[in-house]
Design a protein around this ligand. Sequence first.
Ligand SMILES: Nc1ncnc2c1ncn2[C@@H]1O[C@H](COP(=O)(O)OP(=O)(O)OP(=O)(O)O)[C@@H](O)[C@H]1O
Ligand SMILES: [Mg+2]
Length: 283
Amino acid sequence: MNFFPLMMMKLEQVTVDYVGDISGKPALQEISFELPKGSWTAVIGDNGSGKSTLSKVMSGFLPVSEGRRVLAAGHRVYAVLQNPETQLLGETVDEELQLSLRSLTDMDARDKEKRMRELLNEVGLSVPLDRPVKHLSGGQKQLLNIACCLGAGADPILFDEATSMLDPGSRKSVMEAAVRLHRLGTTIVWVTHRMEELCFAERILLLEHGHVRYDGETEAFFYGQDQAGNYDPGEPSPCEQLGYEPPYVVQVARSLHKRGYLLQARPLFSAQLSEEVKRCQSQ
Ligand SMILES: Nc1ncnc2c1ncn2[C@@H]1O[C@H](COP(=O)(O)OP(=O)(O)OP(=O)(O)O)[C@@H](O)[C@H]1O
Ligand SMILES: [Mg+2]
């Protein structure tokens, strides 16, 4: 197999037809794309467009009806799902992390405990190891799920609406944990309905009725660009054309562009936007 060494996963003409699905249409139809190692891809699409099906195929939980999925050798995929409860099996934080480290049979108890504390630290979860899982908040449970993925050496990690049941503070913590993992080199696939969460991704995959409707860079999705890579604020962006409302920062930047403010950058975060406005004011 000639599999490019920097590729984490490849889907080739993947079709998924659920047995007993009365819609008569496959949940995924001839999906092909490659996932580079260390990349962050966001997957969006309306309810029923096939995001979770795609996520299950990528995780290896769901066999494909046609086509194939190729995962880079030596890698394990883990998923963090919507409901933080569904994935936790242990009574305590310690038990849960022990489960994720169970393949490290030659590690002694002291080193394991050290590793467990490191894992909690890496995801920003500061709770004692003997804390019962049932006493953790939803956000803390998601952070524990992520720590377990890390402990098990997962790469890529797929997040399927992992923040949708969380309050804003917990959402931020989970997002920050994912950003940290990405900086450490983990490949991230992030399924969401929240447009502002797309800004952390380098690439957007938009599904519609089981097809890939858009596959491109995040900036290009929100701001648009012509074939030469130039940006014309007068042109509707792919995001707008496809009927999605861009995040607030993008809306503000686009309306400043349209009013002739010399914003060259295409900001995705409020800090970038305010830097750009400051730069323009000082000119
Ligand atoms: N286990 C199943 N059996 C039969 N059909 C299914 C099954 N799971 C999903 N489907 C169908 O496959 C299609 C895609 O569903 P999927 O759950 O992947 O969508 P989704 O984009 O994740 O939606 P949501 O935003 O609601 O989570 C839908 O038409 C759904 O009804
Ligand atoms: Mg889903």
